[in-house]
Design a protein around this ligand. Structure first.
Ligand code: APR
Ligand code: PHB
Length: 389
């Protein structure tokens, strides 16, 4: 088997890259470990930057998002009983789109089907070979047989636990990591969202987030210790704790109901450099993880894919390799900005185990600045809605 770009991983990064390349006439094969149903069962964040929205439309996968997504013009940061609204449009002239990552992934699979793209699911033991030569190839096992795909390039879009990043030698790869001492317990419920816009809540009992997917589907989170298990949290206990962390007037309006999904995710900041090693290019969670507080995970994956797809188009269109050569540096510049933003919002909003009075004052001043200073709101809004590509 032969292709131009072998894509490891059929999550949002791999699918969006495949879609943009296929539309430009560049051949790809997507190799995904799980079934499509499994990929589509994962619940992830749901806030899209305007650049991500534009890229999905460019990829021909934006129709349902245009119909069903909800444009948001602002969000709230609450501090105990106080609600601070950041008006994105007033602060920086941008908006975001609330549309679940699961829906984005489904739309991308459908767009790929319409183009007749090649996806192979259920691949095991994927190995990348000869990355420093002009003839790299990928091998894997499926249904008891070994398979081989010859290619010109490999895009490593296989998430944090994938094989691609680890194919870069240890003495070349540099990893930066920060693990936060808490997780988020998330609940999805078929109830109307408590407010029309997201609320990020700072509270002495810990962080909480009120988010949504559509007018009858809410997504809520609370900060929990890493030692907590999902089984420790009944629905009633979750709702009671969420209410305690939201401002009282908001909590009074909260409609509760049975959870249809409940899970705990640890918070981590992680970057692996460089993003290129010979024929291999890393994209999305394979190269970096952000804590979910800034809603940057999917958006960063999309910006990597934007830079990489442009670079492949220039290479295959006019034999211009400068985009491929510059990919790592260009993508990393934006990745580090999102790292800073996600870390700073995480630090501003959570209770840390060693939280001192000094730390508390720092959080108070940060939130006061956002409340009182249009410049602080503009900086927050620019980063939240997405720094330019
Ligand atoms: N071989 C083939 N596929 C693999 C392998 C492997 N060895 N390891 C992992 N995969 C697949 C996973 O099953 C998954 O479907 O790669 C895919 C990676 O998808 P994601 O983890 O979703 O990562 P990515 O596509 O970069 O998406 C960006 O944005 O909101 C964030 O973390 C969130 O998933 C999200 C991410
Ligand atoms: C979500 O809706 O799941 C969500 C929204 C915003 C975040 C994180 C998660 O910052």
């Amino acid at each position: 088997m032969r292709t131009q770009v072998a894509i490891i991983g059929g999550g949002p990064s791999g699918l969006l890259l495949s879609q943009l390349l296929n539309k430009a006439g560049i051949q790809t094969v997507v190799l995904e470990r799980q079934s499509r149903e499994h990929v589509l069962s994962r619940i992830r964040a749901g806030v899209l930057e305007s650049g991500t929205v534009a890229l999905l439309k460019q990829a021909g996968a934006g129709d349902r998002m245009d119909r069903e997504g909800q444009p948001h013009h602002g969000c709230y940061l609450s501090s105990d009983q106080q609600m601070i609204r950041v008006d994105f449009q007033e602060a920086c002239g941008q908006t975001v789109m609330v549309y679940g990552q699961t829906e984005v992934t489904r739309d991308l699979y459908e767009a790929q089907d319409a183009l007749g793209a090649t996806h192979i699911h259920g691949v095991e033991n994927v190995v990348l070979h000869d990355l420093k030569t002009d003839s790299p190839y990928v091998t894997w096992d499926k249904d008891g047989a070994s398979h081989r795909l010859e290619c010109e390039f490999i895009a490593g879009c296989d998430g944090f636990h994938g094989v691609s990043r680890r194919s870069i030698p240890d003495d070349v790869r540099r990893e930066y990591e920060k693990v936060y001492p808490f997780g988020w317990l998330g609940v999805l419920s078929e109830t109307p969202p408590v407010r029309e816009e997201l609320i990020y809540a700072n509270h002495p009992r810990g962080f909480a987030l009120a988010s949504m997917r559509n007018p009858m589907l809410s997504r809520y989170y609370i900060q929990v210790p890493l030692t907590d298990k999902v089984e420790d949290w009944s629905d009633d206990a979750f709702w009671a704790e969420l209410k305690a962390r939201l401002p009282a007037d908001v909590a009074a309006d909260l409609v509760t109901g049975p959870s249809i999904e409940k899970s705990i995710a640890p918070l981590r900041s992680f970057v692996s450099e460089p993003l290129r090693w010979g024929a291999l290019f890393l994209c999305g969670d394979a190269a970096h993880i952000v804590p979910p507080t800034g809603a940057k995970g999917l958006n960063l994956a999309a910006s990597d894919v934007h830079y990489l797809s442009q670079a492949f188009l220039a290479y295959y269109g006019t034999n211009d390799a400068s985009g491929l050569d510059g990919y790592s540096q260009q993508a990393l510049a934006r990745i580090w900005k999102a790292m800073r933003f996600s870390w700073s919002v995480t630090t501003m909003m959570h209770r840390f185990p060693e939280h001192s009075d000094y730390d508390q004052q720092m959080q108070r001043v940060e939130l006061d600045l956002l409340s009182a200073d249009p410049t602080a709101r503009a900086l927050f809004a620019q980063n939240y809605t997405g720094v330019p590509l």
